[in-house]
Design a protein around this ligand. Structure first.
Ligand code: MG
Length: 511
């Protein structure tokens, strides 16, 4: 009985392969195939069930393909030598994947455009429209001073992101202006990310509303890849009310161009091998890394499209734009991009910065702000289990003069008191002019995994560690504002509070 079960359950796919190969053996190598002995025949002979499964698993085309390939003699693969090895199973997976994913022909059958770029359309304005139904279908501008985000109703009239409000309102006087609520945007971005993570674990947050996904190896999970991406787009809309544009390709650079081509609700898949045809007619500005200056320089030399740019040899681009940028432009023009989708657990740096409306010269207020930013950074570092080696501070005065300096910490840390001490030192060095400060930002770099051990002699460090852990858990439960350091309390007089922090003027969008 046991033997029968073994044969029925385990044997079919292997047998199917073997059966196909047996014909191969007979034709090319002769009937005395080394490893195909009695066990295989027994399994097929013993049960109609096994035979039935074989028929289901492999279509006539498959057997034809196997038989066809046998016309020319060939050497045995590891899978054939030992059909019970892991290689045999991998071989089977590959055969089936190729069959299910390859409707377009042999060159497209092996790989799918696995990198997917998902971008929320007119993110801030769309969130405002979701939260306030009165804004739906109307031109909405979000920002203070300049347009941080414009709804498509406004964009169709000619309003562009980063345009000054005066000009935007001249073009579109009926537009409704809202100041923006960062906390809601962060919340919506998080909701979108969670939906994406139900499709693949490899989700990278490139910006607040910009995501890269990697679907490599999901062929068996999603036999109809295109339909899956359409479902993803529909699910995000259904659950958050936000429209997203999707681009799929083999590299990040092509995927992001594809997603941005047909917004809003764009959907574009670039089949492997089609990248060149896709990129050729596009203007050079579409390439990531080519701004107005580079585009202007290229236009002077009569290069307007990516196809024309591709004709330029690599050394010429490097001579014109420098080694690194030239190489990058050359690679991107060819659709090459070695960047992988980074998993969210590996931030390279953390920064927080904010502008101060009208500017201020009040050092108490500024140091309170720096304390708040340092606290936020310390908390983010602990959330990711990271410690920082380097800290930087940036201030910009109202007259646009700015100063920036970084310093290496004596030991890596994620304790906000240590971060704050370093940031305050930097502030003392940088704040040298009697001019109001308009922007303050703290950033940390050179992150390392938090490998903290209890300090034997520095009991203060241990106390800090327990205090921070307590702070994090209280804030996790009752919101950021449940606990404040002294200077943070002062900030409350200037800024409104939300459950997850203060409402700063322009909170940094980077993570
Ligand atoms: Mg967007």
């Amino acid at each position: 009985m046991e033997a029968l079960i073994e044969n029925v359950v385990i044997a079919p796919p292997i047998e199917a392969l073997r059966e196909g190969l047996e014909t191969t053996e007979e034709r090319s190598l002769g009937p005395e195939g080394p490893s195909y002995s009695d066990t295989g025949e027994k399994a097929v002979a013993q049960g109609g069930v096994a035979q039935g499964d074989v028929a289901q698993g492999f279509s006539p085309e498959d057997s034809a393909a196997i038989a066809g390939s046998s016309e020319t003699p060939r050497t045995e693969t590891p899978a054939e030598k030992n059909p019970w090895s892991a290689w045999a199973w991998l071989g089977l997976c590959r055969t089936r994947e190729a069959k299910t994913l390859g409707p377009e022909g042999p060159s497209h059958s092996v790989r799918i455009p696995n990198i997917v770029h998902v971008d929320v359309d007119a993110f801030f304005a769309s969130v405002e429209q979701v939260l306030n139904p009165k804004l739906r279908g109307k031109p909405v501008l979000v920002g203070r001073g300049c347009v941080a985000s414009a709804s498509y109703e406004a964009k169709f009239l000619g309003v562009k992101t980063a345009m000054g409000f005066r000009e935007a309102l001249r073009i579109c006087p009926q537009a409704i202006v809202v100041p923006g609520q960062y906390e809601h945007y962060a919340d919506f971005a998080e909701r979108v990310r969670r939906i994406l993570e139900t499709y693949t674990p490899a989700v990278e947050t490139a910006a607040l509303d910009d995501f890269y996904l990697d679907f490599a190896g999901t062929g068996r999970l999603y036999p109809d890849y295109q339909a899956t991406l359409h479902r993803l787009q529909a699910e995000i809309f259904g659950r958050t009310g936000l429209n997203v544009s999707i681009g799929a390709a083999r590299t990040k650079v092509v995927a992001s161009i594809a997603s941005r081509l047909e917004r809003p609700r764009g959907f574009r898949m670039i089949a492997p091998g089609d990248e060149e045809n896709f990129l050729t007619p596009l203007p050079v500005e579409k390439l990531h890394g080519i701004g107005h200056v580079h585009a202007g320089a290229l236009a002077e030399r009569g290069i307007a499209t990516i196809g024309q740019l591709r004709q330029v040899p690599k050394p010429a681009l490097q001579a014109a734009f420098g080694e690194v940028i030239g190489l990058q432009i050359w690679e991107r023009a060819h659709g090459l991009d070695g960047r992988e989708v980074l998993l969210p657990s590996t931030p390279k740096s953390v920064s927080r910065e904010t502008t101060i409306e009208g500017g201020t010269i009040d050092t108490e207020f500024l140091s309170g702000l720096i304390e708040y930013l340092s606290e936020r950074i310390g908390s983010t570092l602990r959330e990711y289990g990271k410690q920082a080696r380097t800290i930087g501070l940036r201030i910009r005065y109202v007259d646009h003069f700015s100063a920036h300096q970084t310093v290496r910490l004596t030991k890596p840390t994620n304790d906000e008191r240590e971060l704050l001490a370093a940031a305050n030192d930097l502030f003392g060095k940088l704040f040298t002019r009697r001019v109001a400060v308009r922007l303050a930002g703290v950033s940390v770099h050179n992150l390392e995994t938090d490998k903290r051990q209890h300090e034997l002699f520095d009991t203060n460090a241990n106390r800090r560690w327990y205090l921070n852990r307590g702070l994090d858990s209280v804030r996790g439960r009752y919101g950021w504002n449940a606990v404040f350091y002294g200077k943070g309390l002062e900030l409350r007089e200037h800024y409104a509070t939300k459950p997850n922090g203060l409402v700063l003027s322009t909170p940094c969008l980077s993570r």
